[in-house]
Ligand binder design. Structure first.
Ligand code: C2E
Ligand code: CA
Ligand code: CA
Length: 530
């Protein structure tokens, strides 16, 4: 029998009752078979072994002593003849029972203690002594009341580790968990857990005392403004919170999982606290399904490239086009790029999309119909590494396309998020590709940063272009344009929807324009051969 099974019996009463009943049964058997001259007294070893192995030393001794008395002084040697046992006989019998119960009971207690220690180790964090994730996972009780799970994560805690080293980091963890423990002392229905690192959870069992939970949340929230004192040094920790509440009778882990989803959303959106909503789950499910079905969609021809023309501000002539990805399902429904591109960007799949769009651009550039136009392709962070940029140059050669026909569009975010971006862009630029900054005005928009990279084109974001109708906005765009002119960069206005905007852009001296006023993105009338 496994120790854990014995352990679970130990918390129940029926084996104890059963053991005593068995002893009584043995006593009656001994009595009705004529007394202790017969062999039946040996049956008593069964309940003795049972009770002492399950309940350990203490109950083992009590039970053995009682059993000994039952078949000892109280039991005749021969019922019919009416002779009683000798004193030595029953004393030795009781002593044997007690000794057996003692030996088995002691070993059972040792095993039980070891079991408890192991399960404590598994379900507790050795650094802080708090319960851990495993404790939450193995908690299978279905509470009849709602349970709220609050997940707390100190952001960038790895940085503390990197800056201060492990020992100091450990002190920060201790201090932070101590502060949380102090707060939770006032809320007896709450229990603190540590997931790992500086991620914690609070489980709140409640019978609709949500007001209490709110005051706990605000008390925890106040920690965000506090500096911790660790080895006499003030340390500032900032954390995010995700909250989810289970329905009555729902598994605790569902609450844990949801609160973690809410926590990731808080971290991603840089807000202090996020409560779980069903939309988050839908979003996750659809992200997973997008990532799973993208390659197949690409192979089946469901990923297509649309194009939107770009025009000269002065004479309106078409000077270029931007390729925009489209996902058209078999039933003709569409997934917008705003939805699938960010998902692909979280995986390496974005590279497959860029490759596909880039090859489209190369083959379109060979089409005589578009010979006077440049073709813009959107690139993402993971498209920039040594291997990929070599591949870009190689492909252009293979197609026999002059790289200056191709605009590589990247946002400021991409510009700053890639290591060695400068050398990657220098490489592409030296090979003749045109580098364009997309959505300019939505990111850092620092002239200093821009002038540090080999940038040829600035695409001014729609939000800035829309503002150009006001005096202040006009001034802002004017200064961007004059900066670009000074550095020999071409400017493109994005999102030009009306003639009024088109005129303002011309007045501002913006070189090219793109937007619904000129054309909406469309599929190519005749798909040119690849
Ligand atoms: P973007 O690169 O800024 O592309 C321009 C977006 O603005 C396009 O949205 C276009 O349809 C829209 N647009 C053009 N003119 C106007 C206008 O006058 N008014 C308004 N309101 N919108 C206009 P779309 O095609 O939905 O693409 C959205 C975004 O998805 C793109 O923004 C780009 O960031 C991304 N994307 C699209 N295709 C690709 C791709 O092949 N690769 C990558 N990495 N991203 C792509
Ligand atoms: Ca773009
Ligand atoms: Ca854009």
């Amino acid at each position: 029998m496994e120790i854990s099974m014995i352990k679970s019996f130990r918390n129940r009463l029926y084996p104890l009752v059963g053991g005593f009943a068995l002893s009584v049964f043995v006593t009656l058997t001994v009595y009705f078979t004529g007394g202790t001259t017969n062999v039946y007294t040996n049956l008593m070893y069964v309940p003795i072994a049972l009770i002492s192995s399950i309940y350990g030393f203490k109950w083992g001794l009590i039970h053995a002593a009682i059993s000994g008395l039952l078949v000892g002084p109280l039991m005749p040697k021969d019922v019919v003849a009416g002779t009683s046992q000798s004193l030595a006989n029953w004393i030795i019998r009781i002593a044997t029972y007690v000794a057996i119960a003692f030996i088995i009971g002691v070993f059972s207690d040792i095993a039980h203690k070891r079991e408890q220690r192991v399960s404590h180790l598994i379900t507790h964090d050795s650094d802080t002594g708090l319960k851990n994730y495993e404790a939450l996972r193995s908690d299978k009780t279905l509470s009849e009341h709602p349970v709220t799970v609050i997940s707390i994560a100190v952001t960038d805690y790895q940085e503390y580790l990197g800056f201060f080293g492990y020992d100091f980091f450990q002190k920060i963890v201790d201090e932070f968990s101590k502060q949380l423990t102090d707060i939770l002392r006032m809320f007896p229905q709450a229990e603190l857990y540590r997931y790992y690192g500086m991620e914690f959870a609070v489980k709140v069992n409640h019978e609709d005392d949500s007001a209490n939970t709110e005051s706990m949340l605000s008390a925890i929230g106040e920690l965000n403004e506090k500096t911790l004192t660790v080895l006499n040094l003030p340390v500032y920790v900032e954390f995010r919170i995700g909250i989810a509440t289970t329905a009555p009778e729902e598994a605790l882990m569902d609450g844990v999982r949801r609160s973690l989803v809410a926590l990731r959303s808080a971290i991603r959106n840089n807000v202090r606290m996020v409560r779980y909503t069903n939309d988050m789950e839908v979003l996750i499910k659809s992200s997973v399904s997008i990532a799973n079905s993208f390659r197949e969609a690409l192979e089946r021809g469901n990923i297509r490239s649309a194009y939107q023309t770009i025009h000269d501000s002065g004479n309106g002539r078409t000077v270029g086009m931007e390729l925009l990805a489209r996902w058209v399902r078999d039933d003709d429904t569409k997934i917008p790029p705003d939805v699938f591109v960010p998902v692909l960007e979280k995986t390496e799949l974005i590279h497959d999309l860029t490759e596909f769009m880039f090859e489209r651009a190369l083959s379109l550039s060979k089409n005589p119909e578009y010979k006077d136009m440049y073709i813009s392709v959107n690139f993402s962070s993971s498209d920039f590494n040594e291997r990929s940029i070599l591949e870009i140059v190689r492909k252009a050669k293979e197609y026999g396309v002059n790289p200056d026909r191709i605009h590589i569009e990247i946002t400021e975010r991409v510009l700053l998020s890639v290591a060695n971006m400068r050398s990657h862009l220098d490489f592409l630029s030296r090979h003749g590709f045109i580098i364009a900054i997309d959505d300019f005005g939505t990111g850092y928009s620092s002239y200093g940063i821009i002038s540090d990279f080999p940038i040829d084109v600035i695409k001014i974001d729609r939000s800035l272009i829309l503002k150009a109708t006001t005096t202040k906005g006009f001034g802002l765009v004017e200064s961007i344009v004059s900066f670009c002119k000074k550095f020999g960069m071409i400017t493109i206005a994005e999102g030009v929807e009306t003639r009024e905007l088109a005129d303002i852009c011309e007045e501002l001296g913006i070189d090219h324009q793109q937007g619904y006023f000129y054309s909406k993105p469309d599929f190519f009338p005749i798909m040119p051969k690849l």
